[in-house]
Design a protein around this ligand. Structure first.
Ligand SMILES: Nc1ncnc2c1ncn2[C@@H]1O[C@H](COP(=O)(O)OP(=O)(O)OP(=O)(O)O)[C@@H](O)[C@H]1O
Ligand SMILES: [Mg+2]
Length: 510
């Protein structure tokens, strides 16, 4: 049948120098379906979608839309055809308002006059049709990532998108926000829109998609109906092997390696974000911090690593008061930091992999002698990390900006965990990382703990927190709203604490 598919990518090949990011890839998408595109970090998903959206030109292959071959030379062409995309790394203008971002480059009507009221009416309609709630007059920089993403979606809809590409939309979302997004996706497909959905989270893929296409190493592995496969099958298709599961030894905890007393930290707007919090992380222990994003976790991590000055309180690491120490000194003293925002804080995108991988130890032996970097040694170190963490790149000299999202994350984790840290502050360590590599990173954290180091794990992924932590502390409105051992913890109890409901429950139970 000719028009069974709304959209077909046929035989797409895309090369970047020596890397073949897409190799004769085929993808056929039906109207009104949610089509999941899955595969390892660097498999070529974003590249393929950037080709469909006109950001990249394929070296070979064709795109057929509504039965006709089309040429998509730019996003403008894609938008004109009704194809919209929300990128893995958002592309909004932070200093403009939500409303301005939505109409940017696409004025509300054919008339030359700017009619804010008309614009607002149109957007309000879209908002209610698809259950998306965003304030229009707030600057984008003041939004949470969850809200930014809603802006991106409204923006594509406002431009008339019928096919909407969502590149890892849930990587930065809380479970509650993901549920909201799925609600929106369902409304979209009910209204006849088509959604291409990229995610590394199997649970989500199994929940939302109708069909699933897997890429591996730039090639199409196949397309399956969701109802014909199990999540194990999908995992197998993604990484080409079974996931083995973690080995978790019993913990042997020692002294407090990180001791936090009465820590109070203000946020960017001078509001109190961490409110007199006290806790300790012992040697040989993973303390998980659970909580809905925006309850002080970010500010807490920033204060711990020295990026944000606390208003009051004390931080001790390995018996030493480090409250006033600079970031560099803390890192040299044995702290490692996996930051939440990889592009802003974790990586220098314009530098090479090698440079990014050795930062932090480039001033000491054997990487440096008399203040001069030994590049031969540096290349050896980075080559080894690229192999052990399976970072997909054509060369250690490649700029980090050319890595796929998940591979950037692997660079940060590899650097931080290989420096021989004693105290690890890990924020969303597996965000955007494929299931095989996530498992590896989690195992590394467990190994570091088994070697007697202390890990503070801040993660919005409750499954991850429960799987790794020995103890779990829940944060709500800047305070500790509860604490549990991993044996006591379950999703429901943690969920209650995450919404500050733990106290009430206790009273009812008594
Ligand atoms: N501009 C570029 N220059 C050089 N190589 C690139 C460029 N863009 C992508 N690549 C390479 O192409 C391959 C595919 O990358 P792509 O971003 O499509 O992967 P992905 O499947 O989206 O991975 P992830 O799950 O990590 O986001 C990677 O090896 C990447 O390093
Ligand atoms: Mg990608």
């Amino acid at each position: 049948m000719d028009n069974e598919y709304e959209l077909e990518l046929r035989g797409i090949t895309k090369r970047f120098g020596g890397t073949v990011a897409n190799h004769n890839v085929n993808l056929s998408v039906k109207k009104g379906e949610v089509h999941a595109l899955v595969g390892e970090n660097g498999a070529g998903k974003s590249t393929l979608m950037n080709i469909l959206y006109g950001m990249l030109q394929p070296d070979e292959g064709e795109i057929v839309y509504k039965g006709k071959p089309v040429s998509i030379a730019s996003p403008r062409d894609a938008i004109a055809l009704g194809i919209g995309m929300v990128h893995q790394h958002f592309m909004l203008s932070p200093t403009l308002t939500v409303g301005e971002n939505i109409v940017l480059g696409h004025p509300p009507s054919k008339s030359w006059r700017w009619k804010p009221a008309e614009l607002e009416k149109q957007i309000e309609l879209l908002k209610s049709d698809f259950e998306i709630d965003v304030p229009l007059n707030v600057k984008v920089q003041d939004l949470t990532v969850g809200l930014m993403q809603r802006v991106e979606i409204i923006k594509t809809l406002y431009r008339g998108a019928k096919v909407i590409i969502l590149d890892e939309p849930t990587a930065v979302l809380t479970p509650q926000e993901t549920a909201g997004l799925f609600q929106t996706i369902r409304k979209l497909t009910q209204a006849g829109h088509t959604v291409i959905f990229i995610s590394h989270k199997l649970r989500e893929v199994m929940e939302i998609s109708d069909r699933i296409t897997t890429l591996r190493g730039g090639k199409t592995i196949g397309t399956a109906n969701k109802c014909d496969v199990t999540s194990r099958d999908v995992a197998q298709m993604m990484i080409g092997r079974e996931i083995t599961g973690l080995t978790r030894e019993k913990s042997h905890t020692g002294e407090a390696a990180l001791l936090v007393s009465d820590l109070t930290v203000a946020g960017d707007q001078d509001t109190i974000e961490v409110n007199s919090i006290s806790f300790e992380v012992h040697q040989g222990e993973i303390l998980g911090v659970a909580g809905v994003e925006g309850n002080g976790q970010t500010e807490l991590a920033e204060a711990l690593v020295g990026m944000r000055k606390p208003l009051s309180g004390k931080i001790e690491m390995l018996g030493k008061d480090i409250t006033r120490e600079k970031v560099g000194k803390r890192l040299a003293g044995g702290m490692a930091h996996i930051p939440q925002d990889r592009l802003k804080e974790g990586i220098a995108a314009e530098l090479s992999l090698t440079e990014n991988l050795i930062v932090g130890r480039h001033k000491s032996q054997p990487l440096s002698k008399y203040g001069v970097i030994n590049w031969k040694e540096a290349d050896l170190v980075s080559q080894k990390l690229i192999e052990t963490y399976d970072i997909k790149t054509s060369s250690a000299r490649e700029h980090c900006r050319n890595l796929s999202g998940g591979n950037m994350q692997k660079v940060i984790v590899a650097r931080e965990l290989s420096r021989g840290p004693k105290v690890i502050v890990a924020c969303q360590p597996t965000r955007g990382v494929d299931i095989g590599a996530s498992e590896y990173i989690r195992q590394m954290l467990l190994n570091l703990r088994d070697e007697g180091n202390a890990v503070l794990l801040i993660s919005a992924d409750l499954d991850e927190v429960m799987e790794l932590s020995d103890r779990i502390m829940v944060m709500y409105e800047g305070k500790k709203s509860g604490e549990m051992t991993s044996e006591e913890a379950n999703e429901e109890a943690l969920g209650r604490m995450m919404f500050g409901l733990a106290e009430e429950k206790k009273e009812v139970a008594q």
